[in-house]
Design a binder for this molecule. Structure first.
Ligand SMILES: [Zn+2]
Ligand SMILES: [Zn+2]
Ligand SMILES: [Zn+2]
Length: 399
């Protein structure tokens, strides 16, 4: 550790000495900054510092070297992810041919062994999840989204806005994101954490807060330096997303996030630029799943206006963003469904008919109203929400 730190400091000061010599020192300076970055325990933070402190020409060079690294890492990604024990892999599948005769491929999730109907293929916990704002602080856990018995309720030590089902969830939430986002019951409406929490309640929108949680968790994982080859950003970077056009609402959300996180995470204000924020929001809109953990099937929940993949008979209490299940594509005749068997946000993907190794997995993204929607209606709804024309066997044969 000490040696790494010493090496890092040396590289940083050589880099600085080199760029102060002017443009002829830029190449060598960039190499020094790149080397420092490779040993620094929280590289994302250091990049943010670079962005503010080193000349833009040098910064561009450092980013270029990093992107070469990224390219190498990217090529390797699908050979190690998802882990083998999940019984699935991500494959490039032929989607058709363009008018110019070019092959179109997309990534889909494929089973690596046979399953019979009713079997669980794999389970995974989300990168991040959030309750519907109207349920927050009542009888659902802020961390795992489980419904809580009054007697088991654990409160946040510093606010009355959220509750947990256990000490374990309270601890996990606090270390991963809540310590940064807790309002501490501030009475000042301009308090940045409270402003974000108030916005969530007032607009009934949970995705801005989910993005805040995601960013805090990402930085937290970086500082843990766990030796994981791929960080949270690597995992979501490859996922599809909807294009979100900037509006006054997004501008306000970006400003709220910058205030809430800015004083605690150095450099995050530069990191949350408009493009990145809109992309993150677009990733949530395309990939998030509705989570239904309620023990009471008749529970009525005020839904947020934000879309999620919804395939449940039970009431949806929130949404989750999942690493692997984001790759499952839609079919109007799916061979799997998602289930919350433990009544928490731990999602299981369950075969709804026999599946052979090598077969692609599908879920339904939309509620088909017990099969009463026509092909035209299904296609319209999918296009409106997910912007693709459904070419599943059911849509193709009943046209
Ligand atoms: Zn919990
Ligand atoms: Zn709190
Ligand atoms: Zn279809």
């Amino acid at each position: 550790m000490e040696e790494r730190e010493k090496f890092c400091m040396e590289q940083l000061s050589s880099g600085e000495a080199l760029f102060t010599q002017g443009p002829e020192g830029y190449d060598m300076a960039a190499i020094c900054f790149y080397k420092a970055l490779k040993v620094y325990p929280a590289p994302a933070e250091l990049v943010m510092v670079y962005q503010k402190t080193i000349p833009p020409e040098v910064f561009t060079l450092v980013m270029g070297m990093l992107s070469m690294d990224v390219q190498k890492k990217q090529e390797k990604y699908y050979t190690v992810f998802p882990p083998k024990e999940m019984n699935v892999k991500i494959e490039e599948l032929a989607e058709g041919v363009t008018a110019e005769g070019q092959k179109v491929v997309r990534r889909g999730l494929v089973a690596t062994k046979d399953f019979t109907a009713g079997e669980t293929i794999y389970s995974e916990t989300p990168i991040i999840s959030s309750l519907e704002p109207s349920l927050e602080g009542n009888d659902f856990c802020h961390y795992c989204l489980k419904q809580i018995e009054e007697s088991a309720k654990v409160r946040c030590a510093t606010c009355s806005k959220v509750v947990f089902c256990s000490e374990t969830c309270e601890k996990a939430a606090t270390t991963e994101f809540h310590a940064v986002l807790c309002t501490k019951d501030s009475e000042d409406a301009h308090n940045p954490e409270r402003a974000l929490s108030d916005y969530t309640k007032e607009t009934n929108n949970k995705y801005p807060e989910m993005i805040a949680k995601f960013l805090v968790r990402m930085v937290h994982e970086e500082t843990l330096n766990s030796g994981e080859e791929y960080n949270l950003f690597d995992h979501i970077e490859r996922l599809r997303f909807l294009e979100v056009r900037p509006s006054a609402a997004e501008e306000k959300e970006i400003a709220l996030l910058k205030l809430a996180l800015g004083s605690k995470i150095p450099g995050i204000e530069e990191f949350i630029n408009e493009e990145r924020y809109l992309t993150l929001k677009g990733k949530l809109l395309y990939n998030a799943y509705g989570v239904s953990t309620s023990l009471d099937a008749s529970r009525s929940v005020e839904p947020s206006p934000e879309q999620y993949r919804s395939v449940h008979d039970a009431p949806v209490v929130g949404a989750g963003f999942y690493r692997v299940t984001s790759y499952v594509s839609h079919s109007c005749e799916p061979n799997t469904k998602v289930a919350f068997l433990e009544h928490t946000n731990n999602m299981s993907v369950v075969a709804t008919r026999d599946i052979k190794a090598g077969e692609e997995l599908h879920v339904g993204f939309i509620d088909q109203k017990n099969g009463t929607l026509s092909t035209e209606q299904r296609r319209q709804e999918l296009f409106q929400h997910y912007r693709f024309k459904c070419m599943c066997p059911r849509c193709e044969t009943t046209e």
